[in-house]
Design a protein around this ligand. Structure first.
Ligand code: SAM
Ligand code: SF4
Length: 331
């Protein structure tokens, strides 16, 4: 199989693309969105055909892994069919998805059947009231039922994602770990990133991965691991629970930029070269201007990659440096 042809200006090989299929969502998580959001008009969002075409172009260039995300990918009409089309692209090794789990009771099995191999499901709390407070609109029982449906649907792996915030859910770290270990699921704890003005200072609630790890280590024996799932998480194994891994995603305390192998595409087709910077190219304009020829798109892509930033510019005081919200970036 050919190696990726997408190499950036710092020599990093890009073989992983995260594609946001919508900026819309049925939740309004406090770290991701403001309470009142204006979403993109439909004509500015890539059509399913455009997303499929771009996925084909990336895979043709040697991309091995595609993650569909959002917004909430499962609120996009036609998502299962899109998954089936992308999963069938020759050369793609893995199609995976990040979801808030609210639609999984209905969609877990169709997604697995369509060829989605792994799911990341966000779960920030096991307490219905706290869950509602964090997601503003979410129903915990619906998400837990969705996780059960996903466990039965035959995915290769399921990972829970937790954004840890002091004063909101940091006290639930042990309960969330128990929940994952009892079910043989992976779980990743994420440091909050300063994307978009969400109407509060993020610095106050910041909880470092080192603190989370220390909390878990009080109950479980943790074994360092060099495993990678192709993303930014660092993993540990847990003595006595061989099926699970615990991950830490630490954009602040452990900068992961030097091994960055990915780019992101927003729902409106902006290819973001780095989550923490504004450099991007307008893929929507390119696909709409060149409906039948891929050559100009490939040329623009190769040129843009030379400008992928060497590192992000987040700082721990939590001040907003990037005006984009996470739902627009494709987490
Ligand atoms: N709606 C889906 C979900 O929530 O899983 C997929 C999109 S969401 C933007 C992708 C991931 O980004 C989720 O795990 C979410 O917790 C995380 N996320 C959103 N805003 C964040 C922020 N400001 N800092 C760190 N992680 C964030
Ligand atoms: Fe929606 Fe996911 Fe953002 Fe929460 S984190 S508001 S579920 S896109």
């Amino acid at each position: 199989m050919v190696d990726t042809q997408l190499v950036d200006g710092s020599g990093r090989r890009i073989d992983y693309v995260r594609m946001s299929v919508t900026d819309r969502c049925d939740f309004r998580c406090v770290y991701c969105m403001a309470e009142e959001m204006t979403f993109l008009p439909r004509e500015q969002v890539l059509t399913l055909e455009e997303i499929q075409r771009l996925a084909g172009i990336f895979v043709g260039q040697g991309v091995k892994k595609i993650r569909l995300t959002g917004g909430e990918p499962l609120v996009r009409k036609g998502i299962v069919g899109l998954c089936a089309q992308i999963a069938a692209l020759p050369g793609l090794k893995e199609l995976v998805m990040t979801t808030n789990g609210s639609q999984l009771v209905r969609l877990a099995k169709p997604l697995a059947d369509a060829g989605v191999q792994r799911l990341n499901i966000s779960l920030d709390s096991l307490d219905s009231e706290k869950f509602r407070a964090i997601t503003r609109t979410g129903d915990l029982q619906q998400v837990l039922a969705g996780i059960d449906a996903a466990r039965e649907a035959g995915f290769k792996r399921i990972k829970l994602n937790v954004v840890v915030m002091k004063g909101r859910n940091a006290d639930e770290v042990p309960a969330l770990v128990d929940y994952a270990l009892e079910r043989g699921l992976d779980i990743s704890f994420i440091e909050e990133m300063p994307l978009g003005n969400v109407g509060r200072s993020r610095g106050e609630s910041f909880c470092s991965s080192d603190e989370v790890r220390a909390t878990i280590a009080q109950r479980y024996q943790l074994i360092d691991s060099t495993e990678s799932s192709g993303g930014p998480a660092r993993y540990v194994r847990v003595e006595g629970y061989p099926a699970s891994r615990i991950g830490f995603i630490s954009p602040h305390s452990h900068n992961f930029c030097s091994t960055c192998n990915r780019v992101r595409m927003t729902a409106e087709g902006r290819l973001l070269l780095c989550l923490g910077q504004e450099n991007s190219i307008d893929m929507r304009g390119l696909v709409r201007r060149h409906p039948t020829s891929d050559a100009p798109i490939l040329q623009a892509l190769g040129k843009a990659l030379q400008h992928k930033p060497a590192h992000h510019d987040f700082s721990v005081d939590g001040e907003v440096q990037i005006v984009r919200f996470m739902n627009a970036s494709g987490g």
